[in-house]
Design a protein around this ligand. Structure first.
Ligand code: TYM
Length: 332
């Protein structure tokens, strides 16, 4: 079975950047790749590389599981699971650490950013985070990994490690390919459009959460930072705020940016922002109502159990294969 694999960290509520950069893409890819099985997981082992409140983490894991499905993923050809329920992820991370160089990890820009922002001690796990991620992907022989642009460097490392293992031990892993969405691979902050929209930004006005109520969504978009020029054109350098809103509208409506520029050639910023707010609200409304029923539904647990069982079987086989190739344990 060919796999498409991706994960999201359960850290804070999902924002529009994560939705457009990843989940919306997964939904589309289910049609683009009708032969593939989708393995999507909640990356809770990644989340604890930074200290978290235990009750908050548990709540977010469940919320994320319900949101994945509420966003329109079809349950056939999909295994949804929680990373920590599959011990093979931790096992594989150790095995792959033996094939990863310190220098490679030191070059990871996301580690440098996160470490810089941290007030207390930076954990070793934050440093080795990309190896855990490589394991998440290689355990399942993922052919494609749909992610936003910020994960590109991690995926390159995954490919390098896979090739290294294959060249030392023979054919162990499929070398995965990156799949970023054409539009929406990097949604920017609403208050500082030079920065990525992020769940860790202390300024709540910088993002829209998928479960935000309509009036708040509208308020956030209407007060998004723009510029003093009046034209609605895509110019990332000089008009990052308007360009970001154009990208969001294009990703939400599937109308190309060029066509949107023509459509709004005579409009003012207020009219344009209202159209963006309408598109966000139209997208979020059905997601929010599906979410409200899914979060209470015991079927959600049954689905997560089935996802875990499938993932565990595939993952255990891969760990056993690598253990064997490395000469670990006894020969069987
Ligand atoms: P995470 O949880 O930070 O983000 C989840 C996904 O959302 C994308 N994303 C964005 N895309 C566009 N614009 C944004 N502003 C934006 N913010 C987030 C991310 O690129 C990502 O695709 N390390 C990963 C989780 C992970 C993973 C994996 C992913 C762990 N193991 C294996 C794929 C395969 C992360 O922290 O994503």
């Amino acid at each position: 079975m060919k796999h498409i694999v991706s994960g999201i960290q359960p850290t804070g509520s999902l924002n529009l950047g994560t939705y457009l950069g990843s989940i919306r893409n997964f939904v589309k890819l289910q049609d683009t790749y009708p032969e593939h099985h989708f393995m999507l997981f909640i990356a809770d082992l990644h989340a604890i590389t930074i200290p978290r409140d235990r009750l908050e983490l548990r709540k977010t894991i469940r919320e994320l599981a319900a949101l994945y499905l509420a966003c329109g993923l079809r349950q056939e050809r999909l295994s949804l699971f929680i990373q920590s329920e599959i011990p093979a992820h931790s096992q594989m991370a150790h095995l792959l650490q033996c094939f990863t160089y310190m220098g490679e990890l030191e070059r990871m820009t996301q580690f440098k950013d996160k470490a810089r922002r941290q007030e207390t001690g930076v954990s070793a796990a934050l440093f080795t985070y990309p190896v855990l991620m490589a394991g998440d992907i290689l355990l399942y022989d993922a052919e494609y990994v749909p992610v936003g642009e910020d994960q590109t460097q991690h995926l390159e490392l995954t490919r390098d490690v896979a090739e290294r293992v294959n060249s030392r031990l023979g054919d162990v892993f499929t070398v995965p390919k990156l799949l970023t969405p054409k539009v929406g691979a990097r949604i920017m902050s609403l208050t500082e459009p030079a920065q990525k929209m992020s769940k860790s930004d202390p300024n709540e006005k910088s993002r829209i959460l998928l479960l935000d109520p309509e009036p708040l969504v509208r308020k956030r978009i209407m007060s998004a930072v723009t510029d003093s020029d009046t034209r609605i054109i895509y110019d990332k350098e000089n008009k990052p705020g308007i360009s970001n809103l154009l990208v969001m509208l294009s990703a939400l409506t599937d109308v190309p940016i060029k066509a949107l520029e023509e459509q709004f050639a005579q409009a003012n910023y207020g009219t344009f922002k209202k159209a963006v707010a309408d598109a966000v609200v139209d997208t979020l409304k059905p997601i929010q109502s599906r979410y409200q029923s899914l979060i209470k539904d015991p079927e959600l647990d049954a689905f997560l159990d089935a996802g875990r069982d499938y993932a565990e079987k595939v993952a255990m086989r891969k760990v056993a294969k690598l253990n064997h190739k490395l000469g670990l344990g006894r020969k069987r």
